[in-house]
Design a protein. Sequence first.
Length: 214
Amino acid sequence: MQTERDLQAWLWATPNSNRVSILLDELGLDYRVHGVNIRRGEQKSPEVVSRNPYGKIPIVTWSGEDGDRTLFESGAILLDFARRHDRLLPKSGKALDEAMSWLMVGLTGLGPTMGQAHHWTDLADEQPEVARAHSVGLVRRVFGVMDTRLAQVPYLADAYSIADIAAFPWIARSDWATIDLAEYPNLARWHGDVAARPAVQSGMAKPEGAVLQG
């Protein structure tokens, strides 16, 4: 049952925003989406900064039993909603240990290294080969670790969880690091399985019409 009243999400077509829209759709929650075009600098608007002084998205707000609530940072949102809804995260024991560990791989390993690779392979005005090669090498290391793990289990924490939600939007953009997922067959199989989930498909399409260009 949804306990969040007037649930709203500030998002754009970015991997970290996709984490949140996938999560909310997996939980079957009703929410309103506010598109924040980061290429136009809308994340620095008073509307956004008043909710996240960092001037970044994603952000979610809602009204709860204890008043108005605001959360920013995708990892915080994933953990809070999974715990409060008692879904997509094991309760205790080894299963929780694995889910938390692989969640952190997505949050602190995969995301940052993919961001660096995207910068040096696409966004930077100058793209020195040493920077390109180093950043892509870091991504390949993470991909290799995940591929080895996924040779043993269907999902990162065995059962589908927020660890998979944290990782998927970045893996779906492997081309940002000029990497062909076919080089990592177990990771590619996992990507296909996660991509087939209806909530993942709907979450990846939000905000409607959003693109990173322009």
